[in-house]
Write a protein that binds this ligand. Structure first.
Ligand code: FE
Length: 333
């Protein structure tokens, strides 16, 4: 790009404006974001280049410093967004469009990160062995009535750290530690695998309930082998005793060194628009963050629920303390 700009500069002025572009470092799967980026390019003429960065996003941006080609970081989970923000490689974005489209609890009060989709961390319950109304709260997962009946992935996984941080936000450290010990005592097996593996374990009879993210239901139903697992469970939206259902996000941040700041802002704003939010909802069965944008039919079929009203920024602050408690109780051991 820089070479092209240089070459054009040498050629004089009677040339069309340079094509705009945006460079993304993405932790999200290519299949998921490509339809969005194609629609954006078709509408605006702005080219979007994506580099998929699986691990070490923050380290890479720190190492590249001012020379980084990246304008935007797209990732899942508040933990990974906070990681790049805390590494000092992002910049605040002041946008009336983003503020209007994204509810306050899903964006950083300091404007460093913005949620684009939301997911709920819910309970998958065996259709055969768990009656409707048996699971109502997260606190209840520590009740001895679930002894030997719960499956969950590693306690130190980002999704579970965020859930534990939310327990902390609603209660205190002593309560949260007791809760973690209670849930651990109820596990049917030591934590292993991802969220879908827990649903598989319900299907195979190893456990009766599992904790997982909502969109995995959509992913399992689309997979010939996993659809059977998905059909063995129902989705229950637990709440905190004094709150709603725990939500997390996928989101975006602008890098400090963004070489294409204007085009990057256009893309950020577009990703929060009705059109983009609709594509997100249909492609990955996540919840649009923009109020008024419809959920996919599948997501609607899970029913209504009350999202927790705690701001994710407040939950994120408690992650380090939550992780410490998870390690203290040796949750995975
Ligand atoms: Fe996931």
């Amino acid at each position: 790009m820089r070479l092209t700009a240089f070459a054009l500069a040498l050629c004089g002025t009677a040339l069309p404006a340079l094509a705009e572009e945006v460079n993304i470092y993405s932790h999200r799967q290519p299949e998921l974001i490509q339809p969005l980026l194609d629609a954006f390019t078709a509408e605006t003429g702005i080219t979007v280049n994506v580099a998929f960065v699986d691990k070490g996003m923050a380290e890479r941006l720190v190492a590249e410093g001012d020379r980084s080609p990246a304008d935007l970081v797209l990732t899942v989970d508040i933990a990974r967004l906070m990681e790049v923000v805390n590494a000092g490689v992002t910049q605040p974005v002041d946008s009336a469009v983003l503020d209007a489209n994204i509810p306050a609890e899903f964006r950083d009060p300091a404007d460093q990160w913005f949620g684009l989709t939301a997911r709920a961390r819910i309970v998958y319950a065996s259709k055969e062995r768990v009656a409707a109304g048996d699971v109502t709260t997260y606190e209840d997962l520590a009740d001895p009535k679930w002894k030997g009946r719960i499956c969950v992935r590693s306690g130190t996984n980002d999704y579970n750290v965020a859930l534990t941080a939310a327990v902390l936000a609603h209660h205190d450290a002593a309560f949260t530690k007791t809760w973690l010990e209670g849930v651990k005592a109820n596990l049917a097996r030591k934590p292993e695998g991802g969220d879908r593996d827990q649903v598989k374990a319900i299907w195979s009879g190893q456990c009766d309930i599992a904790v997982g993210n909502t969109y995995y239901m959509g992913q399992m139903l689309a997979d010939p082998e996993q659809a059977e697992w998905a059909n063995s469970v129902s989705i229950v939206f637990p709440t905190f005793e004094n709150g709603g259902t725990h939500m997390n996000i996928s989101g975006v941040a602008m890098t400090k060194s963004a070489p294409n700041k204007d085009a990057a802002l256009k893309l950020m704003e577009w990703l929060s628009s009705d059109e983009a939010q609709h594509i997100y909802a249909e492609t990955n069965h996540e919840f649009p963050v923009k109020p008024g944008v419809e959920r996919s039919d599948l997501v609607k079929s899970w029913g209504e629920f009350t999202p927790d009203s705690l701001g994710l920024a407040d939950v994120a602050k408690l992650r380090p303390e939550a992780l410490k408690l998870i390690e203290e109780v040796n949750f995975d051991g």
